[in-house]
Ligand binder design. Structure first.
Ligand SMILES: Nc1ncnc2c1ncn2[C@@H]1O[C@H](COP(=O)(O)OP(=O)(O)OP(=O)(O)O)[C@@H](O)[C@H]1O
Ligand SMILES: [Mg+2]
Length: 327
């Protein structure tokens, strides 16, 4: 199994103004927000991985780094064994074609003045997928592939429903014949039945075309439906990672358990959400970043920052907790 993405202690911080003056003439120290703080994750070809975490946990930032849209502040990020910064123009073009991205805001990612046909033709020409004479047939095939009628090619994005727009976004992502699909919150804000249709579409595409999938969501239920592996993020770090079925059946991190209790199901009423406030990524507390909200917190948790580790060599899962659940 070949590794596509390797992330080792990836950090990303942003300058966000200055701290308070410490003396009358003292300089105000620049403040930095740590959007990612030591992310470790490997993604192999054929994997389907869900990045799950609440708003602000750093999911979209991680994806921007994975796509090479921004450089990491620290750490190592490689694609097919090559550091991102070292890719030449040809390597970058190949990467852009292999790894297709579906934006968090599908409608906003489309040029409102282009018809669906032209939105889909753009990548066909960019990556020289087919001769101009075959473009119309390609567009029709792409629309059919995502369950839309060929007649929609004449419409503008504003003339499509939320579900249709996301299908067009999927079709555009498939146009370059990628090997990997990265989708940021692709089903959020849709009604349940449209969401289910889109999830089925993505699942079928991955199965039929052998695509690698990186799916970003704040919904653990969606993650478990679509992805074989799940990585749970909290405040810029992955706190638990492993096969979805195992993580869902037996969460090791108290945050994963809290996320599971927070998503509604018909059998189980919604439990009270997490106590306490999520700490600011500007002034992270010492020790475990989840300590301020953890129901099982102990004294050691406020002192030592746990790293993401495998508990035994045979373990398929990793967890960043000094006192994992179910141990
Ligand atoms: N360019 C930037 N400058 C400053 N702070 C940023 C920047 N981009 C992201 N952040 C901060 O980094 C943190 C992580 O943001 P990110 O968008 O990655 O979260 P997310 O998990 O995708 O959230 P959501 O579920 O709401 O999309 C947030 O605190 C955000 O405010
Ligand atoms: Mg996001």
């Amino acid at each position: 199994m070949s590794l596509l993405f390797e992330m080792h202690d990836v950090e990303k911080s942003y300058a966000v103004g200055h701290g308070p003056r410490t003396s009358l003439f003292g300089r105000r120290a620049p403040r930095r927000l740590k959007a990612l703080d030591g992310v470790r994750l490997d993604i192999a070809a054929g994997d389907s991985v869900a990045l799950v975490g609440e708003s602000g946990s750093g999911k979209s930032t991680l994806v921007r780094l994975m796509l090479g849209l921004e450089p990491p502040s620290d750490g190592r990020l490689r694609y097919r064994q090559a550091e991102f910064g070292t890719l030449d123009a040809a390597g970058r073009q190949r990467f852009a074609r292999e790894v297709a991205f579906i934006y968090q805001n599908a409608r906003g990612s489309m040029n409102p003045r282009l018809r669906v046909r032209d939105i889909l033709i753009e990548p066909l020409r960019l990556y020289k997928i087919c001769p101009p004479a075959d473009e119309a047939a390609r567009v029709a095939a792409l629309l059919q592939r995502v369950g839309l009628s060929a007649a929609l090619a004449d419409r503008f994005p504003a003339e499509l429903s939320g579900g249709q727009v996301r299908r067009v976004a999927v079709a555009r992502a498939l146009a370059g014949e990628p090997t990997t699909l990265v989708a940021d919150e692709s089903v959020a804000g849709l009604d349940v039945s449209v969401q289910a249709q889109l999830l089925n579409l993505l699942r079928d595409l991955c199965r039929d075309m052998g695509l690698t999938l990186v799916f970003i969501t704040h919904d653990l239920g969606v993650a478990s439906y679509l992805c074989q592996r799940v990585a749970v993020m909290y405040l810029g770090r992955i706190v638990e990672e492993g096969p979805t079925a195992e993580v869902m059946a037996r969460p090791l991190h108290p945050y994963t358990r809290a996320l599971m209790q927070a998503f509604p199901s018909f059998e189980r009423p919604l439990k009270a959400s997490l106590a306490g406030e999520i700490p600011s990524p500007i002034d992270l507390p010492q020790g475990c970043r989840f300590a301020s909200r953890c129901p099982d917190v102990r004294a050691a948790c406020r002192l030592e920052d746990p790293v993401l580790t495998r508990r035994t060599d045979a373990d398929t899962r990793t967890v960043a907790c000094l006192f994992p659940l179910n141990d």
